[in-house]
Design a protein around this ligand. Structure first.
Ligand code: F6P
Length: 324
């Protein structure tokens, strides 16, 4: 008879709103299929340290609407080393964990793949506000972050146009311009700066001056953190160039990572959590849940980590057309 499954679940990397909803779905789907679940604290660090606790239906009560992750998270340097992975597998074996669900971003999927290569049954669930993970249309947390950005920019625009200012707003996203481009569309930005499209300070200043000449009451410039242009430097430079508007800047920072997940993220996380456990029951592993047009699919982890998700340039060009 096949061994009874005991699933370990962890969240890793940058937290993302909706991770708790995914943990809840994993735990409750597992328990309803008679599978034991151990929560692993603090991501791969907890896996190495054997920081495990048994979870039941009540352990995940009241967390669906909470941002962050009740399992805590970390960016584990030790786990990147083969010795860290070996120690983690030893701790898993000692605790009787024979399958693992990893909720996290790109780096976390790399870790999940490494374990899958060492005969561990792993399923990944994409969770990251950056939406830079290949193999899924959208990751858990991205929609909430987008909404947080939208609310912030709407507020900044009120004061920007009252004072007829140019406002520089820095969004997160690491090396991806996804959040900035989407923010550019939904917030009506005049200029969007992303890592994928190098732009000079003079080009930016010219675009802002042009907006001024066209009679705009403000100019919103969304700068992705990975664009290569420091928001503080750009604000000073635009002021120096005297483009019509005076400038102010806001770095949105970690506020983008927090908050109660949107309905969309709760639903996505719940669907992916359920599917992750179902996949394990069907004998699937070494894959990540991915949202595709036909529903939740399973994408080989090797494909996930070998490919780079690209920003949709059609959307980038849309920001320019709509800024007229
Ligand atoms: O990956 C999520 C993210 O918020 C990125 O957008 C950002 O570059 C990074 O994490 C910040 O990481 P930390 O919280 O470790 O400073």
């Amino acid at each position: 008879m096949a061994n009874k499954l005991t699933i370990g679940v962890l969240s890793s990397g940058g937290d993302a709103p909706g991770m708790n909803a995914a943990i809840r779905a994993v735990v409750r789907t597992a328990l309803s299929n008679n599978i034991d679940v151990l929560g692993i604290n603090n991501g791969y660090e907890g896996l190495i340290n054997g920081d495990f606790h048994s979870m039941n239906e009540r352990s995940v009560g009241g967390i669906l609407q909470r941002g962050g992750t009740i399992l805590l998270t970390s960016r584990s340097k030790r786990f990147m080393e083969p010795s860290g992975q070996r120690d983690a597998i030893r701790k898993m074996n000692e605790a009787g964990i024979n399958a693992l669900v990893v909720i996290g971003g790109e780096g976390s999927m790399n870790g999940a793949y490494a374990l899958s290569q060492k005969d561990i049954k792993v399923i990944g669930i994409p969770g990251s506000i950056d939406n830079d993970i290949w193999g899924t249309n959208i990751a858990i947390g991205t929609d909430t972050a987008m909404n947080t950005i939208m609310e912030a920019v709407d507020k900044l625009r009120d004061t920007a146009s009252s004072h007829q200012r140019a406002f520089l707003i820095e969004t997160m996203g690491r090396n991806s311009g996804y959040l900035a481009v989407m923010a550019g569309i939904v917030c009506g930005a005049e200029v969007v700066l992303i890592p994928e499209v190098p732009t000079t300070t003079d080009e930016i200043a010219a675009a802002v001056e042009d907006a001024y000449k066209r009679g705009k009451t403000h100019a919103i410039i969304i700068n992705a953190e990975g664009s290569g242009i420091r928001t503080t430097d750009l604000a000073t430079r635009i002021d120096d160039l005297d483009v019509g508007f005076k400038t102010r800047m806001t770095i949105l920072g970690h506020i983008q990572r927090g908050g109660s997940p949107t309905a969309y993220d709760r639903l996505l996380a719940s669907r992916m959590g359920v599917k992750a456990v179902e996949a394990l029951l069907e004998g699937q592993h070494g894959v990540m849940t991915g949202l595709k047009s036909k529903g939740i699919d399973f994408i080989p982890l090797l494909d996930v980590i070998s490919n780079k998700r690209k920003v949709n340039m059609e959307y980038y060009h849309m920001t320019k057309v709509l800024a007229r």
